[in-house]
Design a binder for this molecule. Structure first.
Ligand code: HEM
Length: 134
C-alpha cells in the first residue's frame, strides 16, 4: 500500500464535502419546496414550519451518505416507509420530491458525477416510499 493511499474508500459524505454541505443541501431542498409552486403537492403534506423536517432529513442524510449516524442515534431505526405511511405518496409526489432534490443537488454545487449517482439512490428510496396507486 502506498503511504498516502486512504485506508478506507471515500464515502459520498466525504465527496460531498462533509457536514456543512449536507446542511446546505437540506436547506436548499426545503427552501425550494417552500418557494416553488411546482412542489406545492408535497409542501402541503409537511407541517407549516419546516424546521423539524429540515433537522430530521439532515440527520438522516448524514448517516445515509456514510457520515455519522445522527438520526439512528436519536430516533432508532429509520423505518422510512412506515414513517411515510400517513402521507399519500403516489408517482406524482415521488417525482416532485425527486425534482426538488435534483435541483437542490445542482444548486449546492455537488460534483456532477456524484449528483448522478446520488439521484439513482434517491430515486430507489423515493420509489419505495410510494404507498398509493397512480
Ligand atoms: C417520495 C416522496 C416523499 C414525500 C412526499 C415525503 C414527505 C415527507 C413528509 C410529509 C414528512 C414529515 C415531515 C415532518 O414530520 O416534519 C417526511 C419525513 C421524512 N422524510 Fe420524507 N418524503 C418523501 C421521500 C423521502 C425520501 C426519498 C427520503 C430519504 C432519502 C425521506 C426522508 C425523510 C425523513 C428522514 C423524514 C423524517 C421521519 C421522521 O422521523 O418522522 N423522504 N417526508
Amino acid at each position: 500500500m502506498e503511504i498516502d493511499e486512504p485506508r478506507h474508500p471515500l464515502t459520498p459524505y466525504d465527496l460531498i464535502g462533509g457536514e456543512k454541505q449536507v446542511r446546505t443541501l437540506v436547506d436548499c431542498f426545503y427552501d425550494l419546496m417552500d418557494e416553488d409552486p411546482d412542489y406545492f403537492g408535497i409542501r402541503k403534506l409537511h407541517p407549516t414550519s419546516l424546521d423539524g423536517s429540515r433537522d430530521k432529513l439532515f440527520k438522516f442524510l448524514m448517516g445515509w451518505l456514510g457520515g455519522p449516524p445522527l438520526y439512528e442515534q436519536e430516533y432508532g431505526h429509520p423505518r422510512l416507509r412506515a414513517r411515510h405511511l400517513p402521507y399519500a405518496i403516489a408517482s406524482a409526489e415521488r417525482d416532485q420530491w425527486m425534482q426538488c432534490m435534483v435541483r437542490a443537488m445542482a444548486e449546492t454545487g455537488i460534483d456532477p458525477v456524484l449528483q448522478k449517482r446520488l439521484a439513482q439512490s434517491f430515486f430507489q428510496t423515493a420509489d419505495w416510499m410510494r404507498n398509493r396507486d397512480g
